[in-house]
Write a protein that binds this ligand. Structure first.
Ligand code: GLV
Length: 310
């Protein structure tokens, strides 16, 4: 089996991926670029946000397997070949995301960001302490990551409601769906965590209207994509106290430009897109299972519905 490995990674990262993928799939022949000689041999592409156009001209391509969980950038390539696209769904990544969601929730709930600000001002002051079961956490997006985060927070004693655009079910977690259900949910939320896929329906969702609907002083945690957030509207919502503190892992422009106001904003915690890094060993095994299924004509896992956008 001839497989193209390509993406926006540097040489070291690519070599590390190649080593793991070769270990997981020793019989495959790996190509780092498509040429006139090998283009006809390649039947699958394993990709990490490749530059637009890179997957054109592969006449026998039958699967595009993403190493990223979010496929918004991949799907935005108008020249993406019309073959099945699988995204990375990895329990190890979901567990890491749940750790980040739990850390942010605990920090917001227990006022640890307020205490960090107080420390800067040498301000010794004890803030009121609330119980976890008095804190309403709303999780936007209830895919595998959202469900794992929700269950972790429920275990920790928080009141958790999941929200998604379409109807669905989630074990052990209250679930709402649709835009009409969002606004009343925001009004009683102490903390909102975003884990939605970025699609034309969810882009710019975290905007002025969204912030105005929140319970005043709520915490916002964006672990999904920068394209969900209207940054100027968040700055305004922080200014007027509608949002108390924001934990942001993703941005419209990454790396976040040095002059961006989020860097030094006392009510913003900036993370460099690390909420849940792909675990190479686990991901390589997941890729191998799908590529073997492709080779053996079996059904493929975690396929993206292109019309839905994830
Ligand atoms: C990370 O953001 C991913 O989509 O895997």
């Amino acid at each position: 089996m001839d497989i193209l490995l390509c993406g926006s990674f540097d040489d070291n990262e690519r070599d590390a991926w190649l080593a793991e993928l070769q270990r997981a799939l020793p019989q495959a022949r790996w190509h780092m670029s498509a040429t006139a000689e090998n283009a006809g041999l390649i039947t699958a592409a394993v990709v990490a946000n490749p530059p637009a156009g890179l997957l054109q001209g592969l006449p026998n391509l039958r699967l595009i397997q993403s190493l990223w969980a979010g496929v918004d950038r991949l799907l935005s390539d108008p020249s993406l070949p019309d073959v099945p696209v699988a995204r990375m769904v990895d329990p190890t990544m979901s567990a890491a995301m749940a750790e980040t969601a739990l850390w942010a929730t605990l920090s917001l709930h227990r006022g640890f960001y307020d205490y960090a600000r107080q420390q800067h001002a040498c301000d010794w002051r004890q803030l009121p302490q609330r119980r976890a079961d008095e804190i309403q956490v709303t999780l936007l997006g209830m895919g595998q990551m959202g469900r794992t985060c929700a269950q972790r927070l429920v275990t920790q004693g928080y009141r958790v409601t999941g929200w998604k655009l379409r109807s669905g079910a989630a074990e052990g977690v209250a679930l709402e769906h649709g835009m009409d259900a969002l606004w009343p949910l925001l009004a009683c939320s102490d903390i909102v965590i975003n884990l939605l896929p970025l699609t034309p329906q969810t882009g710019d969702l975290l905007d002025r209207r969204f912030f105005e609907a929140l319970r005043p002083g709520a915490g916002l945690v964006n672990l999904a994509r920068g394209g969900h957030l209207v940054e100027a509207d968040l700055l305004q919502a922080l200014e007027c106290g509608q949002v108390g503190h924001a934990v942001l892992d993703v941005f419209r422009s990454e790396p976040l430009p040095a002059e961006h106001p989020f860097w030094k904003h006392p009510q913003v915690t900036v993370l460099p897109h690390i909420a849940a890094a792909t675990d190479m060993r686990g991901a390589a095994r997941i890729v191998a299972v799908n590529l073997q299924a492709l080779r053996d004509g079996e059904s493929l896992h975690d396929l993206v519905e292109r019309s839905r956008g994830y």
